[in-house]
Ligand binder design. Structure first.
Ligand code: ATP
Ligand code: MG
Length: 567
C-alpha cells in the first residue's frame, strides 16, 4: 500500500465541541485533561460514518494535547467477531491515528457486575421476572406512562440472590433481567426502569464461556467511560435521549471519574447506506464481493477503490461537526479524492473503448519513444517514455463522423493533437458491412511534436491514444454508485431498500488498451488515466506484471451531467 505511514491531520475547523471543551477547561474540570475514545462495536467493518467519529475523537485529543482510546464495545456476544476487531484496528491506523490505550468493554465485565450489585444493595435495581414482551408492554408508550413491574419492590436481598444465581447460570436465556429502579412515568422511555443485564448463554469472542449474563449497552458504556477516565464521551445524536440515563448511573455509582456525553449529527451520504447491519446484509446476500468491495462505503472498500486517508480526513474536515442531521452530497466525498489524487497520481494513457487509427505516412515498423510528464502538478514525479507507431488506438467517443458545432476532437478532414505527440488529420473512415466505423486512416504532421505547429495554425483538441503494437490489455473495472437512488433508505413501508441498487455499479471494460508503462504498475498505486479518471491498482488482485485497475472516481461528476441532460 502506498499509505502505510500514519500522518496527523493537517488542520481542523473549529466546531461546537471545541466550545464545550474550552468551557470545561476554563471551569477547571478534569484537572485540565481532555480524553476521548472511539467505541465501535465489533459487529462489522467500519464505514465512512465511523471515519467522521474517528476524526472527531482523535482530532479533539490532538488539538488539546489529550488522549484518545480505542474501545471495543463488545457486549453483544452473538454478533461480534475477532475478524471485525482486527479490521477495525487496521482501519483506524490506516486513517492515520494511533490510540493511546486499547480497551474492550469486556475488560470491565467484573467491575460492571460489581456496580450492578451496588445498585441492588442500595435499592436502585431489582431482578425482574417479566418476559421480554411483558417488559416492553409494561413500558408503555411515548404519550402514556408505563406500569410498574410486580417485581419492582422485591427485597434487595432477594434480588441479590437471584442476580448471583443468574450469573451462575441457573436460569435459561430471557428468564429474568436486572432492571434499574428509576421512574415508570418518566416522559423519557429510557428512564422507565431500563434493563441492565440480560441472561444469554452465548460464547463471547474474548471471555468465552465465562459469562452467561451480559450488560446492556447503556449500562456498560458510561461506566467504561468513567473507568477509562474519559472526560468527553462523544457520540451521535440518537443517544441524546440516553444522556439522562448515562448521568443517572454516574450519580448512583462509586465511579472514579465523571465523563460528560456530547452528541453530534451522524454522517449520511447520498447514494449509499451507512449501517453495519445493512452493509452486512449486502455482503451476506452476495450483492457485493465482500466488506472490501470497492463499491462499499466501508473504509476497506474505499481503500481498495483508491481513496486515501488524506482525502477522507479532508472530507471530514469539510463537512464539519454540528448538531442537526443532514445528508451530505456524495460529490463532496468524490471531490475530496479528486483534489488529493490530482496532486499525487501519476498520469498515464488508457483507451477504454478503442477505435483503430492508422497513420498512413508513419513508416511501417518504426517506433518513436516520446517523453511524457508523469504529473504536471508535481515536477518531482519525473517523466516516462511512451511509444508511438503507425497503428494506434483512440477513444471511440473522440471521433464523430458528423461532429456537432463545438466538437474539437477528430472528424473527417479535421485535425487534432495526440497528447504529448503529433497532430493528426482524419483522411478516411473505414466501416464494416453494418456501417460501424472500424478504422480511421489519418496522416500525421512530423513538424508538430510537443505543442507547436510550423505555420502557427491552431489545433484545439487534444486526445489520448495508445500504440496498438504496445497496448497492455489489463483488467479495468469501472465502479459507480452502489445505489441508483439518492436516498436508498427512503423506501415506503414493505419495500426492500435493496431494490434501489444501481445495476451498473460495476462494469468490466471489454477491450482496454493501456500504455505499456502500466505493465509494471505495482499494487496499490494511483494513476490518472488522462481525460478519463483516477484509477488504483487493486492491492489484492494485482500481481507483478499483471495489474488490475479499479476506477476510483471519474474526473468530473457524471451524475450531475445525467441529471442536467434529463432536465
Ligand atoms: P452502525 O449503525 O453502522 O452499526 P453504530 O453507531 O451502531 O453504527 P458503533 O460501532 O456503535 O456503530 O459506532 C462507533 C462510533 O461511531 C459511535 O460513537 C457512533 O456514534 C459512531 N458512528 C457510527 N455511525 C456514524 C455515522 N454515520 N456518523 C458519525 N458517527 C457514527
Ligand atoms: Mg451500534
Amino acid at each position: 500500500m502506498s499509505h502505510d505511514t500514519p500522518t496527523a491531520p493537517e488542520k481542523t475547523y473549529r466546531h461546537f465541541i471545541h466550545d464545550e471543551i474550552d468551557a470545561d477547561l476554563a471551569a477547571g474540570k478534569n484537572d485540565g485533561r481532555v480524553q476521548t475514545r472511539f467505541p465501535p462495536e465489533p459487529n462489522g467493518y467500519l464505514h465512512i460514518g465511523h471515519v467522521k467519529a474517528i476524526c472527531v475523537n482523535f482530532g479533539l485529543a490532538q488539538k488539546y494535547g489529550g488522549k484518545c482510546n480505542l474501545r471495543f464495545d463488545d457486549t453483544n456476544p452473538t454478533k461480534e467477531e475477532q475478524e471485525y476487531v482486527r479490521s477495525i484496528q487496521n482501519d483506524v491506523r490506516w486513517l492515520g491515528f494511533q490510540w493511546d490505550a486499547l480497551f474492550y468493554a469486556s475488560d470491565f465485565f467484573e467491575q460492571l457486575y460489581q456496580y450492578a450489585e451496588h445498585l441492588i444493595t442500595t435499592g436502585k435495581a431489582y431482578v425482574c421476572d417479566l418476559t421480554g414482551d411483558q417488559v416492553s408492554e409494561y413500558r408503555g408508550r411515548l404519550d402514556k406512562p408505563g406500569r410498574e413491574s410486580p417485581f419492582r419492590n422485591r427485597p434487595a436481598a432477594e434480588s441479590l440472590d437471584l442476580f448471583r444465581r443468574m450469573r451462575k447460570g441457573e436460569f435459561p436465556d430471557g428468564a429474568r433481567t436486572l432492571r434499574a429502579k428509576i421512574d415508570m412515568a418518566s416522559p423519557n422511555p429510557n428512564l422507565r426502569d431500563p434493563v441492565l443485564y440480560r441472561i444469554l448463554h452465548a460464547h463471547h469472542h474474548r471471555t468465552g464461556g465465562k459469562w452467561c449474563i451480559y450488560p446492556m449497552y447503556d449500562f456498560a458504556h458510561g461506566q467504561c467511560d468513567a473507568l477509562e477516565k474519559i472526560t468527553h464521551s462523544i457520540c451521535t445524536l440518537e443517544f441524546e435521549i440516553h444522556r439522562p440515563l448515562y448521568d443517572w448511573f454516574l450519580d448512583h455509582l462509586p465511579v472514579p471519574a465523571r465523563p460528560r456525553q456530547i452528541e453530534f449529527a451522524r454522517l449520511n451520504i447520498t447514494y449509499t447506506v451507512l449501517s453495519k447491519r445493512k452493509l452486512l446484509e449486502l455482503v451476506q446476500a452476495k450483492i457485493v464481493h465482500g466488506w472490501d468491495d470497492p463499491r462499499m462505503p466501508t473504509i476497506s472498500g474505499l481503500r481498495r477503490r483508491g481513496y486515501t486517508p488524506e482525502a477522507l480526513r479532508a472530507f471530514c474536515d469539510t463537512i464539519g461537526v454540528a448538531r442537526f442531521n443532514s445528508t451530505v452530497d456524495k460529490q463532496l466525498l468524490e471531490n475530496s479524492i479528486r483534489e488529493d489524487l490530482n496532486k499525487r497520481a501519476k498520469r498515464a494513457m488508457g483507451v477504454l473503448d478503442p477505435i483503430k487509427v492508422t497513420l498512413e505516412n508513419f513508416p511501417v515498423g518504426r517506433v518513436e519513444w516520446i517523453e511524457a510528464v508523469n504529473n504536471p502538478e508535481d515536477p518531482s514525479a519525473g517523466t516516462r517514455r511512451v511509444p508511438i507507431t503507425r497503428t494506434l488506438w483512440i477513444e471511440r467517443d473522440d471521433f464523430r463522423e458528423e461532429p456537432p458545432k463545438k466538437f474539437f476532437r477528430l472528424a473527417p478532414g479535421k485535425e487534432v493533437r495526440l497528447r504529448y505527440a503529433y497532430c493528426i488529420t482524419c483522411k478516411e473512415v473505414k466501416k464494416d458491412a453494418a456501417g460501424n466505423v472500424t478504422e480511421l486512416v489519418c496522416t500525421y504532421d512530423p513538424e508538430t511534436l510537443h505543442g507547436s505547429t510550423p505555420d502557427g495554425r491552431k489545433v484545439k483538441g487534444i486526445i489520448h491514444w495508445v500504440s496498438a503494437d504496445h497496448a497492455l490489455d489489463a483488467p479495468v473495472r469501472l465502479y459507480d454508485h452502489l445505489f441508483a437512488a439518492e436516498f436508498p433508505d427512503d423506501v415506503p413501508e414493505g419495500v426492500d431498500w435493496k431494490s434501489n441498487l444501481n445495476p451498473n455499479s460495476l462494469t468490466q471494460v471489454a477491450t482496454p488498451k493501456l500504455e505499456p508503462s502500466l505493465r509494471d504498475a505495482k499494487p496499490g498505486v494511483h494513476y490518472q488515466f488522462e481525460r478519463i479518471g483516477y484509477f488504483f491498482t487493486d492491492p489484492i488482485e494485482s500481481k507483478p506484471g499483471a495489474p488490475v485497475f479499479n476506477r476510483t472516481v471519474t474526473l468530473r461528476d457524471t451524475w450531475a451531467k445525467i441529471e442536467k441532460r434529463d432536465e
